[in-house]
Design a protein around this ligand. Structure first.
Ligand code: NAD
Ligand code: UPG
Length: 480
């Protein structure tokens, strides 16, 4: 029986391995992590991450051919294929700080693999890494190999949170990069055999190592660039009276452009886009390509602009101050159907409002109070380190309340900011909400989830990203 071990039981390692175990009953899959609470949660009734369909997959295979363990060394030693799916955060200190990928966790995993291995292994990069990481990993493994043969493969993951199980069941493509040698080709084939259990072989793309590594960064950069493009248009729509939804629809009808990923928003979030683009920018700079670096940097700049533009709209429309005013925040996760808050635009928007001395009441169906407190008090990029290395006792947040439903958040509030597109926000009784708010009552829709005209009929002053502005907002222009 082929044995797989995956180092890192996070958003990628957990769901990916659960699906491999489901689709390949003839393979034993063990997911290992240094975090005891995370592994305990994977072995419990309440999994450590919320992802539609995940519970079902884990319950079907756990204890049969899917295991979660903290005994990292034992399971690495026994495995034929070792996936590495550990954090690759942005460096916060030293050379490349604020841009380069911090490969500390990756390097320590590679050294451990070299230390404990007693048989040949295929080592698979599942984490998103800078181009040429495989070369560095190869050096670490070869210099410590004791005669063992290691083949390094790059197999980047393209799942999106909230749809991870669907994406893993029906990936657009699986990408495997390997060395162009007979041993490399054999390793690529071994990994291909795993995915071929359920992915049509013509969708399994095989490339050289560097193409696979770079394709992952490139795909995320292209995706994020689409959002920054439509968000840049949203600012122009507001200035001209065009409607960004209509513009995006018209643009997306061009089959060369396509309709997906063109929703204007308060900004993109998530653990990947910003981190991976910063990493790409750094690689370009290191390769003497400042023009290319600047091109991609602009995607991040527009995203930051979009978040601060939103805060400025809120403040300026409420007579240029939110000091002492209660603002209800609907949604804190970086997108719907996940409890993940990494790099969520809600952090920057809430910090912006707090900076203007607002009082905020936050409601999100999947994010805990503890997590929100951590997010609003943590330093930039600290979130992407293993849980046990993050600050555990957040400083107090006397101007922030985390509440259990949207009605409570909006009671006596001056304004509402919708920051995540949870479906339940479409179905709320906004008349009831309006009746319980201070007047004038403001609704700032950062995700275009509510029917703005209906809200206006109720009495709200409405701001919706990229939509024609209410007269009130035109009279109170925001400084971008
Ligand atoms: N989250 C996503 O949707 C997504 C999608 C595609 C790719 N990625 C990439 O995959 C990688 C992992 O992302 P994630 O979201 O799963 O991160 P995560 O933080 O959820 O999980 C990483 C896990 O690795 C563990 N870990 C770190 N060092 C370890 C070590 N030496 N030994 C054992 N365990 C160790 C941590 O404790 C943590 O539980 C990143 O490179 C990310 O960019 C993420
Ligand atoms: O039209 C859109 C689409 C998305 N978003 C926002 O963009 C962010 C990222 O969304 P999404 O890409 O759906 O989720 P992620 O889980 O971050 O997935 C991205 O990042 C992963 C990690 O690398 C990749 O594997 C995925 O392919 C890639 O989509 C979220 O804040 C979304 O709200 C928009 O604002 N408008």
């Amino acid at each position: 029986m082929v044995k797989i071990c995956c180092i890192g039981a996070g958003y990628v390692g957990g769901p990916t391995m659960a699906v491999i175990a489901l689709k390949c009953p003839d393979i034993e899959v063990v997911v290992v992590d240094i975090s005891v609470p995370r592994i305990d949660a994977w072995n419990s009734e309440t999994l450590p991450i919320y992802e539609p369909g995940l519970d079902d997959v884990v319950k079907q295979r756990r204890g049969k051919n899917l295991f979660f363990s903290t005994d990292v060394e034992k399971h690495v030693c026994e495995a034929d294929i070792v996936f590495v799916s550990v954090n690759t955060p942005t460096k916060t200190q030293g050379l490349g700080a604020g841009k380069a990928a911090d490969l500390t966790y990756w390097e320590s995993a590679a050294r451990m693999i070299a230390d404990v291995s007693k048989s040949d292994k295929i080592v698979v990069e599942k984490s998103t890494v800078p181009v040429k990481t495989a070369e560095a990993i190869e050096k670490i493994l070869m210099h410590n190999s004791k005669g063992i043969n290691f083949q390094i493969l790059s197999n980047p993951e393209f799942l999106a949170e909230g749809t991870a199980i669907e994406d893993l069941f029906k990936p657009d493509r699986v990408l495997i990069g390997g060395r162009e040698t007979p041993e490399g080709a054999k390793a690529v084939q071994a990994l291909k055999n795993v995915y071929a259990h359920w992915v049509p072989v013509d969708q399994i793309l095989c490339t050289n190592l560097w193409s696979a590594e770079l394709s992952k960064l490139a795909a995320n950069a292209f995706l994020a660039q689409r959002i920054s493009s439509v968000n840049a248009m949203s600012a122009l729509c507001e200035a001209t009276g065009a409607d960004v939804t209509q513009v995006a629809y018209a643009v997306g009808k061009d089959t060369r452009i396509g309709p997906k990923f063109l929703n204007a928003s308060v900004g993109f979030g998530g653990s990947c886009f910003q981190k991976d683009i910063l990493n790409l920018v750094y690689i370009c700079e290191c390769n003497g390509l400042p023009e290319v670096a600047n091109y991609w940097k602009q995607v991040i700049k527009i995203n930051d602009y979009q978040k601060s533009r939103f805060v400025n709209r809120v403040v300026s429309s409420m007579f240029n101050t939110v000091s002492g005013k209660k603002i209800a925040v609907f949604g804190f996760a970086f997108k719907k159907d996940t409890g993940d808050t990494r790099e969520t635009p809600a952090i920057d928007v809430c910090k912006g409002l707090l900076g203007d001395k607002a009082k905020i009441d936050i409601y999100d169906p999947q994010v805990s109070k503890d997590q929100i407190q951590r997010d609003l008090t943590m330093k930039k990029f600290d979130w992407d380190h293993p849980m046990h290395l993050q600050p555990s006792s957040p400083t107090s947040m006397d101007k922030v309340n985390v509440v259990l439903d949207a009605y409570e958040a909006a009671k006596d509030a001056h304004g509402i900011c919708i920051l995540t597109e949870w479906d339940e926000f479409k179905a709320l009784d906004y008349k009831k909400i309006y009746d319980n708010m201070q007047k004038p009552a403001f609704l700032f829709d950062g995700r275009n989830v509510v029917d703005a005209d209906k809200m206006r009929e109720i009495g709200f002053i409405v701001y919706a990203i990229g939509k024609p502005l209410d007269q009130w907002l035109k009279d109170m222009p925001a400084v971008a």
